[in-house]
Design a protein around this ligand. Structure first.
Ligand SMILES: [Zn+2]
Length: 255
């Protein structure tokens, strides 16, 4: 990445994490969610989040399918009949998802058990912490992308290509499971961007787009073998998506 592109990415991260503080509906940062006590399924915040997640699940499914097709085209996989067949199977898996299951024990995580691929299990703290439709769609899309990849990692060539590109752009090590997590987050960001375009509203584009990644605006920025640190996750996503960088920077009327 050029020094200029790198500076724009850092500026956009600043915009996102400023919105995280200003926006009353911003997503709570992951480290803050981790520090919270577990939340009963019947608490009002968890119920509100659960209703939001279930309402947006059909929308998120369509957005993920569109985003997956777009990525396959962008990364030149559409010409391969073998890969097209894999995409079609991935879409069938996405379409078979029916339900979000709130779970107190899962706390600030959402997960998919590939033995039960029709259900996304969603921690109640996470349900309560994603306080906007955009924030919720980004996480639903992330989990749907895991389901799309399936238990045989059938989209691995695309995932690896995205990971390699992100590694080249950022100098970070984004391979293996990290590539899958970044790809799922990228699909989340693409899904939200499309959703914002499809549903004009009174809020600024910047504020709405920021919600797709702002749960990563942590103070305690730690990663592990399978995940980049949250702030490096934003960095990698924005490096992969310069259009999103420009949109975040250009429409910041409410800051
Ligand atoms: Zn994941």
């Amino acid at each position: 990445m050029s020094a200029e592109a790198r500076a724009l990415v850092e500026e956009a991260i600043g915009v996102v994490c400023t919105q995280a503080k200003l926006d009353p509906q911003s997503s709570v940062a992951i480290d803050e969610m981790q520090a919270r006590p577990s939340l009963p399924i019947n608490s009002p915040e968890a119920r509100t989040g659960g209703v939001r997640a279930q309402r947006l699940l059909p929308v998120a499914k369509n957005l993920v399918i569109t985003s997956l097709r777009q990525l396959a085209g962008d990364y030149n996989f559409q010409k391969s009949p073998k890969f097209r067949a894999r995409i079609n199977q991935a879409i069938a898996r996405i379409n078979s998802v029916k339900r979000v299951r709130p779970d107190m024990e899962s706390r600030d995580n959402a997960s998919v058990f590939l033995s039960r691929p029709h259900v996304i299990t969603f921690g109640t703290i996470f349900l309560a912490g994603l306080r906007s439709d955009e924030g919720m769609i980004s996480v639903l899309a992330h989990e749907l992308m895991h389901i799309a990849d399936g238990d045989n990692d059938s989209l691995r060539p695309l995932v690896a290509a995205i990971g390699n590109r992100a590694s080249d752009l950022t100098g970070l090590d984004i391979h293996g499971q990290r590539a899958e997590e970044v790809t799922c987050d990228l699909v989340g960001a693409l899904a939200v961007r499309k959703y914002v375009g499809d549903t004009p509203g009174y809020e600024s584009i910047t504020r709405r787009l920021a919600r797709s990644v702002e749960h990563n605006c942590v103070d305690l920025d730690e990663g592990d073998e399978d995940h980049l640190s949250p702030r490096n996750t934003i960095r990698a996503l924005l490096a992969l998506h310069p259009v999103l960088v420009r949109e975040l920077i250009n429409d910041r009327s409410d800051q």
